[in-house]
Design a protein around this ligand. Structure first.
Ligand SMILES: [Mg+2]
Length: 214
């Protein structure tokens, strides 16, 4: 057995690839919420989202800090999407995940309702030991150090050095690295020197990280 005992997978744009348009659709719904529900001028939305994403990890975290917003209503609104128009069962991903000897967790800034719907469409709901979502994190989302601490605690406090985080966002990778986790950036474009490793998609793991199976 290798030294890695626990694998943490981000959900959006990690457990499914961005090319299917789902993540783009979620981002559109976020903008729409800000414009239609909150009355924020459309011209300001893109800049605000970028700013909040950078400063607080998610748009919601920024809106909570600067406005009155009902997080549950927000999360239901932005994820109100017919998922099957974007994603489909992924038997190859299922086979690969199921063959990994480590404990597997979903670690996401979104909510467990969205997680369960996505995992169910992908056909991988039964393959995870648990889900650390925005509610379990008590809204202290990645990349705040508290998010990693809480998630490690939920997973039974494995040593950070024995854990791997797979995530599509550089900020989340950097946060995990500071906590001592091994980090894998899942991103089809570009690269980042801060990640320990980069893959275009998770299906590359057997070729890029064969040692995970040893
Ligand atoms: Mg993501």
């Amino acid at each position: 057995m290798n030294k890695y005992t626990t694998l943490f997978f981000d959900l959006d744009a990690t457990l499914y690839t961005t090319s299917n348009g789902l993540w783009e659709r979620i981002k559109e719904r976020i903008s729409l919420y800000m414009i239609e529900r909150m009355g924020i001028p459309a011209a300001q939305v893109a800049g605000m989202r970028q700013d909040y994403y950078r400063k607080y990890g998610t748009t919601l975290a920024g809106l909570q800090r600067h406005y009155q917003v009902d997080p549950e209503e927000y999360l239901n609104y932005v994820h109100d999407i017919p998922l099957r128009e974007y994603i489909a069962p992924n038997p190859k991903l299922r086979e690969m995940l199921a063959s990994l000897p480590q404990a597997r967790w979903v670690f996401t800034n979104s909510d467990s309702n969205h997680v369960e719907r996505v995992l169910s469409v992908l056909g991988i709901s039964d393959l995870f030991d648990g889900v650390a979502d925005v509610y379990a994190l008590d809204f202290q989302v990645k990349p705040t150090p508290e998010a990693y601490r809480r998630t490690l605690a939920m997973a039974g406090n494995p040593a950070p050095e024995s854990c791997v985080l797979f995530d599509d966002l550089v900020a989340n990778i950097m946060g995990a690295k500071e906590m001592g986790l091994y980090t894998v950036l899942v991103n089809p474009n570009g690269s980042h020197p801060k990640a320990d490793l980069q893959v275009r998609e998770l299906l590359e793991l057997p070729s890029k990280m064969p040692w995970l199976w040893r």
